[in-house]
Each structure stands twice: as C-alpha cells, then as structure tokens.
Design a protein around this ligand. Structure first.
Ligand code: SAM
Length: 307
C-alpha cells in the first residue's frame, strides 16, 4: 500500500470535498502533493464554461486535475449541495471551503452585506454537517480582521452542531501553486489581500443529538401522492439500513427526513411546514400499515414452524 502523503492538514487517505473553488488551484496544490487526485471532489458554483472564462489558469488546472483522477463538479451550491445528484449519500473526511464570499454587493462592513455572507456560510455548514464521515472535519479559511471577524463563523457552525476543534493561521505558502481569487465581479481572477486569516476546523459536536434540536428548527415530517417523491430517500434508506444499529439509523433517518423537508421548501418556499407535516402524517400512517403487515407475516411464519 502507498504511504499516506500530507499537504498541511490534508492527507491522500482522506476523501476530500472542496466547495466554492475559484480557479481550482487549491485542489491542484493538494493533488500535486498527493501525487493523485483520486480522493478529491472539487466543485464550483459556476458552470465549466463560466469558470474557464473567469479564470485564466482554470482550463489548465482542470485538465491536470482531471488527468490526476479528480471528480470535478460544476453548478454546486454550497447551500444545497447535500441534495446534489453526485453528492447524495457521499460522506467525506474533510470538507473545505476557502474564503467563502457571497459576492460584491457593497461595502464589506455594511450589515446587509455581512448578513448575505453569513447566510451563505450558515447554509454551507448546514449541508456540510450532513456530509461528514465519523470523525470528519469541516474547514473554513477566513479573514480574521474587521469586518470579517464579525461574521462569527464559530456561532454559525454551532447552529449546525459543529464545534470548533482548532483555529490555525492560514499561510498561503503552505499550498504552493494556490492562487486565492476574488471570484466575483469584473476582477474575478484577481487575488484579494489575505491579511490575517485562519483555518477554522470544525467537528460534529458530541451533543448533536436529535433531542437537542429545538422544536421550531427541527423539520417536521410530511403527506399525499407526492409523499413517495418527497420521501424517496427516506424510503430507499429504510431498505438499506435494515439490520443496522440504532446510531446509524438515527443519523440516516434524520438526514433523509430533512431532504424531504428541503423538497417541500423547493415546492412551497412560502409555507413549507404545513405541507411537510401532512406528508409526515401520511408517512407515519404508511409505516404503521407496514408494521402491521410485517407482524402478520412473522406470525404466519411462526405458525408454520409450529412455534
Ligand atoms: C472569495 S472567492 C474564493 C474562491 C476560492 N475558494 C479561493 O480560495 O480562491 C468566494 C467563492 O465563493 C463562491 N460562492 C459564492 N456563493 C456560493 C455558493 N452559494 N455555493 C458555492 N460557492 C459559492 C464564489 O463563486 C467564489 O468562487
């Protein structure tokens, strides 16, 4: 077996997801150290066409990553990525978003602009927290000077039951070949001044238990002929998880019910809760019917075996 290779916090043995890449030079800098990119899934919100238009080096970087075995995905929104068809059910050891930024909408110290950035990071954490392998980490590199420190990354992470493992200085020289990008506007390809910045590392907090989730933020469950579509993952997972232990079930059931809630939000963004509650009621009724059916089957088996 090949010896594991390390690029600062990242290892060739990790399954790594990179979110919000600019010109993909960060992914490539890891791949160079690893000697391969087969453990890397590198993503951008933009389409392939837009990425190569925005960043002069992107086409070359993407070609090299592709040859090294990376999975490259475009149109991946950090705020909904857990629902992306190629990421569904995938779990990672490391999920990295370097310098999240929602775009240039005005002065960076304007509270409305700060709120836009916070909303992006909040959505990213909510998704990433569902995509971690046991013991996995979510990493965000971020500027720590005003006004960026007021995004309060740690508090945003805590809302998705992620707790800070450590916060270490981010040094660009640790990642040879990486070029940080503004990523938006007419100077997308330009670097932005890094100044003082850190990599915030988060892990699933040990208190992240379904009973800790306040009732008003916990998605309720759902109803009718759309029920199967809404809860497709739940029903698929019910088959897959048969015989697995409780911890696994608790996690996967919660995830799959939440995917259903996200679908309800897409269909009815103004008032998803009522629809969701109705769907959950129907799912519950179906579950009770299935339990009754299985009990009948088991009794029949016992009867035949003379038990
Ligand atoms: C400041 S740039 C940083 C780019 C790159 N990570 C780097 O370090 O050079 C912010 C990045 O966030 C991306 N972004 C903004 N909103 C996003 C979203 N909802 N999902 C994924 N990426 C997003 C932008 O496309 C841009 O590439």
């Amino acid at each position: 077996m090949d010896e594991a290779k390390w690029a600062k916090h990242y290892c060739s043995d990790h399954e790594i997801l990179l979110v919000g890449e600019g010109d993909f030079s960060f992914s490539l800098s890891l791949a160079r150290v690893f000697g391969s990119a087969s453990n890397i899934v590198a993503t951008s919100l933009d389409s392939y066409e837009l990425v190569i238009k925005k960043y002069a080096r992107a086409r070359t970087n993407l070609d090299m990553l592709h040859k090294a075995g990376a999975q490259l995905l475009f149109g991946v929104d950090a705020m909904t990525m857990k629902l992306h068809p190629d990421l569904h059910w995938r779990k990672f050891h490391r999920i990295i978003y370097n310098f999240p930024h929602a775009g240039f909408f005005g002065k960076e110290d304007d509270q409305l602009v700060i709120d836009k950035h916070r909303y992006l990071v909040l959505g990213f954490f909510e998704n990433a927290s569902r995509m971690l392998r046991p013991g996995g980490e979510v990493h965000v590199s971020h500027k720590t000077t005003p006004p960026f420190e007021s995004w309060n990354i740690k508090e945003l992470a805590s809302r998705s039951f992620l707790s800070l493992l450590e916060c270490v200085d981010f040094k660009i020289e640790d990642y040879p070949g990486y070029h940080n990008k503004r990523g938006d506007g007419c100077r997308s390809d330009d670097p932005f001044p890094l100044g003082k910045c850190s990599t915030f590392k988060f892990v699933a907090s040990s208190t992240s238990n379904i009973s800790d989730i306040p009732r008003h933020t916990r998605p309720p469950c759902m109803n009718n002929k759309e029920c199967h579509w809404i809860f497709k993952e739940y029903l698929d997972q019910a088959l897959l998880t048969f015989g697995k232990h409780d911890d696994y079930l608790c996690h996967s059931v919660r995830d799959t019910l939440e995917i259903g809630f996200e679908r309800c939000k897409m269909v009815n963004p103004a008032n998803p809760l009522n629809e969701y509650i109705n769907h959950v009621k129907e799912l519950h009724e179906k579950s009770k019917e299935r339990i009754a059916y299985l009990q009948k089957l088991l009794l029949e088996v016992d009867r035949r075996n003379g038990l």
